[in-house]
Design a protein around this ligand. Sequence first.
Ligand code: SF4
Ligand code: FES
Length: 272
Amino acid sequence: MTTPYEPTTISLSLRVWRQIGQPQTNGHPGGPSQDGARQLGAAQSGGFETHQLDNLSTNLSLLEALDLLNDRLITAGQRPISFEHDCREGICGSCGFLVNGQAHGPRAATTVCQLYLRHFRDGDTLELEPWRAKAFPLLADLMVDRGGFDRIIAAGGYCSVNTGNAPEANAILIGKEQATSSFDAATCIGCGACVASCRHASASLFVAAKLAHLGQLPQGQPERARRARAMVDQMDAEGFGACSNHLECEAACPKEIAADWISWMRRELGRS
Ligand code: SF4
Ligand code: FES
């Protein structure tokens, strides 16, 4: 009999999307995405590549399985699979791709770096694809350029009034309910799963979460209406689509950001 902590092994077949994307400028020539794509070489059309992985510990994460596969590819003199990651703890938002068509894979409220092989069945075939959205141009394999999110944040900008030095953190009292609600929105990690799962590739849930984070706090009141308008305009300029009202974004979000914030964002726009 096995205990929950006893490692067992699993064999998986990975069908991985392989492609080198076009260098992207998005109006920012020489930006990191353009340089990164140049290093990989000329753009190529894509396709699935199948790799069999046998006798892996079920305690490995899916990203660790990709690490092992990449070791094998490098040893064989082949290009490793490009995928993004950083914390591998579900908090930074770097990772993200489709697993069998689902953003971040089959588990609710889980980033792809928190998927473990024990969440799959022996003999499963996993199809790994990058986020599919015009506003997230493909860089390579499972990695896309999410610079559009950065430019939306930048469009929100900063308070243009000179407010002096940073005040003492507890000088402005904030009620518990207000703080909790703001924190709920602030848990958005900017992963892009909401965009990838929306049939219109809308970034509405991401933008709404960012607006609701500051817009509910006293510190976010100066220039609040201008910020909402600027961020939504930038979302449109980046090529993200309109909200499709299907709420797939909410279902795919690893941080369970509520789609209600999108309604809140629309009310914010009414202020501008
Ligand atoms: S709203 Fe959710 S899915 Fe969208 S970027 Fe934020 S954390 Fe990711
Ligand atoms: S690597 Fe940081 S959230 Fe997945």
